[in-house]
Design a protein around this ligand. Structure first.
Ligand code: SAH
Length: 219
């Protein structure tokens, strides 16, 4: 099944997806290209069938192993911030999870690299992206704390789990002019935007956030 060939019924229908996009616009997401991509991406195929009917509500959804697919608002906000801040040719995602965020990025960037520490999630995401005929996402089962030095530098880095501090190894893998969007913190988290200018890093606080923790080591 190609990305735009899939069918939805009932709560996974075109109407539910358009309602979600209206909600995202109401919360301030403005990038038309991104909203169209969200409208045309089958989010329900990235969660368990039993949860498919909730896929177009603006809520986070469990994907197993105590992990969650972020709210559509969060995916949209982080992606919009990245698009507005740097050229998105080569993007690194930390925390592949369901593969949904990578699928959105794949439609905007030339090439997406994505790392996941839990093998079964990584394998499932790989199957989903292949089924949807998405071939510009390169997945790897590895610890995202280290980034992907062999494939660096990246124009954009998007981190979808929260470390307690910004990992220096990741900012070092940004291109000059590149940008990283990352939630940081413990009980209280903040979404940060970090932009690289030469060897200077400008850090901007965006808003409070709630992500699963970034955990080191493989599972
Ligand atoms: N972007 C995902 C959201 C997944 S939730 C999606 O679109 O579905 C965060 C993910 O980060 C989880 O799958 C978790 O296993 C993963 N993760 C946590 N720590 C990690 C690490 N050190 N390296 C790679 N992945 C990590």
């Amino acid at each position: 099944m190609r990305l735009h060939d899939w069918q939805g019924i009932g709560m996974t229908s075109q109407r539910s997806r358009m309602r979600l996009v209206d909600q995202l616009e109401a919360t301030g997401i403005r990038n038309r290209q991104l909203l169209d991509i969200i409208c045309n991406t089958p989010r329900h195929l990235f969660v368990d069938e039993a949860l498919a009917h909730r896929a177009y509500e603006d809520m986070s959804l469990p994907i197993g192993h105590n992990q969650t697919l972020s709210r559509a608002y969060t995916v949209a906000r982080m992606t919009e911030m990245l698009l507005a801040s740097c050229p998105v040719r080569r993007v690194l995602e930390i925390g592949t999870g369901s593969g949904y965020q990578a699928c959105i990025l794949a439609q905007l960037a030339v090439r997406v690299y994505s790392l996941e520490r839990i093998r079964s999630l990584q394998e499932q995401a790989a199957r989903r992206l292949q089924q949807l005929d998405i071939h510009n996402v390169i997945l790897r089962h590895s610890d995202g704390y280290k980034g992907w030095p062999e494939r660096s530098p990246f124009d954009g880095i998007l981190v979808t789990a929260a470390p307690t501090e910004v990992p220096q190894k990741l900012v070092d893998q940004l291109t000059d002019g590149g940008c990283m969007v990352i939630p940081v913190g413990d009980a209280e988290q903040c979404l940060l935007k970090i932009t690289r200018h030469g060897n200077q890093f400008k850090q901007q606080r965006i808003e409070t956030a709630r992500f699963v923790p970034l955990v080191s080591g493989l599972a």
